[in-house]
Ligand binder design. Structure first.
Ligand SMILES: Nc1ncnc2c1ncn2[C@@H]1O[C@H](COP(=O)(O)OP(=O)(O)OP(=O)(O)O)[C@@H](O)[C@H]1O
Length: 260
């Protein structure tokens, strides 16, 4: 799959508050096109809130998001879905669908006015199932799938959607070590082909190794923004997580250790 022109995402003064509580203090940042950005930070830092704002799933209470030159607010649902693929933090629990039909939902934004999937859509779904090792499960009902199988189904749906921008909330959830390795291989390949990827990650060594760009959040504030070596500094991480953290690096391999 070759992504169409991958746009950058720009947040300008982007913030969110609910009932007087600030969940995200205004953030201004550019998430570069054709690169992988990791959103990191402790539980409750505001990572999902920022990702949902970037995806247009939450309306900001301050500031704006633009996708390339287009304000996100100017796009309707279909326009957003053609540009942005979204992987939620938790796969759906119950669905009256089998795995194939769930992945086929990813094709919906590209279907014509009659909304009927054709052979090209089915082929796209088959390719996405193969990418995530799901072919043998294609006709399995959703309720019978394991957590990791559902997570891979969500990734396959995203691949079938083929939007130029992928926003993923904790994409490694439920995945075993092989499927985590395969996931990062897929993400790096997509980025090499020009796709823009933004992922919430909890594993800091994975963020350091695989991302080009890192945003570190804590307490609803952006603490650092830049290359992994700039954002993953022990003093910043220690402040963000309120816990001692040490970082070492040997080539591509990063080790992030936590104090006791
Ligand atoms: N609708 C809401 N009303 C009130 N508080 C909310 C609401 N949505 C989120 N929050 C709070 O905002 C904070 C940030 O939530 P968010 O889901 O963005 O965190 P996160 O960094 O993704 O956390 P985690 O790593 O635990 O998934 C949390 O303290 C959460 O409880």
């Amino acid at each position: 799959m070759t992504p169409p022109d991958a746009p950058a995402l720009r947040a300008r003064g982007l913030g969110y508050a609910v009932r007087g509580r600030t969940l995200l203090a205004p953030v201004s940042a550019e998430l570069p096109a054709g690169r992988m950005t990791a959103l990191i930070g402790p539980n409750g830092a505001g990572k999902s809130t920022l990702l949902r704002l970037l995806a247009g799933l939450l309306a900001p209470t301050a500031g704006t998001v633009s996708v390339g030159d287009t304000p996100l607010a100017a796009l309707d649902d279909a326009g957003r879905a053609r540009r942005i693929g979204w992987l939620p933090q938790f796969p759906p629990d119950r669905l009256p669908l089998d795995l194939f039909d769930y992945v086929l939902l990813g094709r919906r934004p590209s279907l014509g006015s009659f909304g009927r999937a054709g052979p090209a859509d089915a082929a796209r779904v088959q390719a996405a199932l193969a990418e995530f090792g799901l072919q043998a499960l294609a006709r399995r009902p959703w309720h019978s799938l394991s957590g990791g199988e559902r997570q891979r189904a969500g990734l396959a749906r995203l691949a079938a959607q083929d939007a130029p921008l992928w926003l993923l909330d904790e994409p490694t959830n439920h995945l075993d070590l092989k499927h985590q390795a395969l996931l990062f291989r897929v993400l790096r390949r997509e980025v090499a082909q020009g796709r823009t990827v933004v992922a919430v990650l909890h594993d800091l060594a994975q963020a350091a190794r695989w991302a080009d760009h890192v945003l570190l959040l804590a307490g609803g504030h952006l603490l650092a923004h830049g290359a992994p070596a700039d954002a993953l500094r022990p003093e910043l991480l220690g402040r963000a997580y309120d816990w001692p953290v040490s970082v070492s690096r040997d080539g591509d391999h990063w080790q992030v250790s936590v104090g006791q």
